[in-house]
Design a protein around this ligand. Structure first.
Ligand code: SF4
Length: 353
């Protein structure tokens, strides 16, 4: 099937879903959307994208904003290093590229938070450079189409598919539509289970379909089970009716966000002992632990947690940033103006209902 890129484009032009960044694909909009779409569904991203573009309509607006307002706008979208990198990246684009998102794959790869997938997506979608962007959806669809048996969790699989897709992107008359067509095909037709081969524009050339191996491709190593942690945190009040908030260090996961202090339960200790120990070692404050307020479960990519929130009272000790970048006593009515991790936000929203 020599002309499969043309079939893909014809299908894409007819089937493309409307999305705010597609309908007005400025380089800035494509960049923001591609960062948000990493590990995140389109339907989840749309309201975040629209809010972000209203609050930071240009690269300059983003570069001149403070990180806290960017994190607040990102709150709930997860993978917060993306937001920190966006902010850093905007500053670099202003300093080195006069505020214009650079228009080549090579130049994009020099920016923080832009890897091969994102660089290729921006270069091809926004600037029409013939360079294939390979996300998880494309890995799956292309593995089946070419009949690739390499484990797709290995970098070699991505390199191999890049080499196979590059001439197809180059031969297509519209590399922007080629990239979006491949991503769209993986997202809406070449589904992980029960792909819609009967309606697929690539069915005539698909090796997996011809060899009846659709259900065994792509080859993907099974993930090992993720660890689980029990976590105790404190909603700590002081004598001035303020609550202790702590900002996570930039180098930590969820860096820059503010949380109710606490941490992982160790060995045989009770959750109350965990809360006392962690708050003392990370903020210097000694607390008495009262009733349990609630329990929230949360899954990250590499582990899961069950967080137990306790009502606490400060006994003694001034708050110091021992295990955090900052600690603060905050009036309850302004806590929701701070960017909080999803678990802390859920706990606080429930408490303040
Ligand atoms: S024919 Fe089926 S398996 Fe092959 S690319 Fe299309 S949807 Fe995927």
């Amino acid at each position: 099937m020599k002309n499969w890129p043309r079939s893909l484009l014809t299908w894409y032009y007819a089937q493309r879903r409307s999305m705010p960044w597609r309908d007005n694909p400025t380089p800035y909009a494509v960049w923001i959307s591609e960062i948000m779409l990493q590990q995140t569904r389109v339907s989840t991203v749309i309201p975040y994208f629209e809010r972000f573009m209203t609050q930071f309509p240009t690269v300059h607006d983003l570069a001149e904003s403070d990180l806290q307002s960017v994190l607040k706008c990102w709150e709930g979208l997860g993978y917060y290093s993306r937001a920190r990198n966006l902010h850093r990246c905007a500053k670099q684009i202003v300093a080195e590229f006069g505020g214009e998102v650079p228009g080549t794959y090579e130049a994009l790869l020099t920016l923080p938070g832009i890897g091969p997938y994102c660089g290729a997506a921006i270069a091809s979608i926004a600037f029409g450079e013939a360079v294939p962007a390979i996300d998880g959806n494309v890995l799956r669809a292309a593995s089946r189409f070419f009949g690739l048996y390499t484990d797709i969790t290995r970098p070699i699989a991505r390199t191999d598919l890049f080499q196979r897709l590059l001439p197809a992107s180059q031969s297509s008359k519209d590399p922007s539509a080629f990239t979006q067509g491949m991503i769209e095909l993986g997202a809406t037709v070449c589904l992980p289970k029960n792909p819609l081969c009967a309606t697929c524009p690539l069915q005539k050339g698909c090796v997996a379909l011809k060899t009846d191996t659709v259900s065994v491709l792509p080859v993907k190593k099974k993930k090992s089970p993720v660890p689980h942690y029990e976590v105790g945190i404190g909603i700590v009040w002081n004598e001035h009716q303020k609550i202790l908030l702590a900002q996570r260090r930039e180098t930590q996961m969820l860096g820059g966000l503010w949380e109710f202090p606490g941490g992982k339960q160790l060995g045989e200790e009770t959750l109350e002992e965990t809360v006392m120990r962690k708050i003392h070692t990370s903020t210097g404050v000694r607390v008495s632990v009262g009733q349990k307020l609630q329990t929230v479960e949360h899954a990250f990519t590499h582990f899961t947690i069950r967080v137990h929130a306790f009502l606490c009272q400060r006994d003694k000790g001034a708050a110091r940033a021992l295990g955090y970048s900052q600690v603060k006593w905050v009036a309850p009515d302004i806590i929701s103006t701070y960017p909080l991790p999803a678990v802390d936000k859920k706990i606080w929203d429930r408490l303040s209902l």
